[in-house]
Design a binder for this molecule. Structure first.
Ligand SMILES: [Zn+2]
Ligand SMILES: [Zn+2]
Length: 314
């Protein structure tokens, strides 16, 4: 069956998120927008995990349903679709660590098939850092080691690098990342089968780089409020179950593609520096970085290399 998944979402326990971001709100907005599978987000946070256990129950497919789904959309006049909404146990980890003389800052999405696995992952990660301070915890744990831990907890747990082109906090970011997925995950990189591209990035641009060909490129909302749900999403045509969804990403059989935000509206689409009053679109970056005298205040300019500019520069 055709279904729409939004697998990168947060709870109200993450920093800079809406106070109203609870499971009911996610459920209601998923119904309004017609999203079938929604990440729970933040399962590493003890209080949020408690709510997940209280309010959700397994539906037998590896996904979870609400025990008492709210009837009304909570938004006057909103039309509610008849979408079946299921939750997928998910969380995001912010890893800040040193590797090869450079500080790395990577965000990764992690997924688990059942509550027992989440408990185990949380027990392991709580020995490494504080899981209570933030729904998206900051750990001094290399991405590779995070992948090792979640795989040890269950071979049906998966890691997908988040918004991979974000300059400061991602696997391929120009500031805190690496030049390849293999460099980041080393001996375990064969366990990475998908990458999240992020709001500023466009799949068509990513397709130009053959090193990404082996990954399914997914998109999600990274919603910090329930209304933002589905501003990007990933599309499937397969059985609506946890194993079938991840099998589709691994095999590309049943993975249809993504719904995309206009990349031009994304935070990192353009290069530039606000204080210097510089804003460059990709073709300008390409032209000016080749040494044009028109480059304004060249010394002060800090160019955030996004996916777009990197590919245009090649
Ligand atoms: Zn992130
Ligand atoms: Zn996020």
């Amino acid at each position: 069956m055709f279904f729409i998944a939004d697998l990168h979402v947060h709870s109200r326990f993450s920093r800079a998120t809406s106070k109203n971001l609870n499971l009911e709100a996610l459920y209601q907005w998923a119904r309004i927008k017609g999203i079938n599978v929604v990440g729970t987000g933040d399962f590493t946070h003890p209080q949020w995990f408690k709510e997940i256990q209280e309010k959700l129950e397994p539906d037998g497919s590896g996904f979870f349903k609400m025990k008492n789904p709210p009837r009304e959309p909570g938004l006057p006049g909103a039309k509610v679709s008849d979408t079946t909404v299921r939750f997928c146990l998910s969380s995001e980890i912010s890893s800040i660590y040193k590797y090869g003389d450079k500080v790395r800052k990577n965000h990764n999405l992690i997924f688990a098939p059942d509550l027992e696995t989440v408990s185990e992952i949380n027990a392991r990660l709580s020995q490494i850092g504080n899981l209570t301070a933030d729904g998206r915890p900051i750990l001094g744990l290399p991405s590779r080691d995070l992948l090792e831990i979640i795989t040890e907890c269950s071979e049906r747990s998966y890691l997908i690098p988040a918004h991979v082109w974000t300059p400061w906090f991602s696997t391929l970011g120009s500031k805190g990342g690496y030049d390849s997925v293999d460099e980041c995950f080393r001996d375990l990189s064969h366990l990475i089968f998908a990458l999240e591209t992020g709001l500023s990035s466009d799949p068509a641009m990513n397709w130009h780089w053959s090193a990404l060909d082996r990954f399914a490129l997914i998109s999600n909302s990274d919603a910090h409020s329930a209304q933002k749900l589905g501003r990007e999403a990933t599309l499937f045509d397969t059985e609506m179950s946890y194993d079938a969804m991840f099998h589709a990403l691994k095999s590309r059989d049943g993975f249809l593609g993504t719904y995309e935000f206009f990349p031009q509206e994304g935070k990192y689409h353009l290069d530039g520096h606000r204080k210097c009053g510089v804003s460059l679109n990709p073709s300008q970056t390409n032209y000016r970085s080749s040494g044009s005298p028109m480059f304004p205040q060249k010394k002060k300019l800090r160019v955030a290399i996004t996916g777009w500019s990197l590919l245009y520069r090649n």
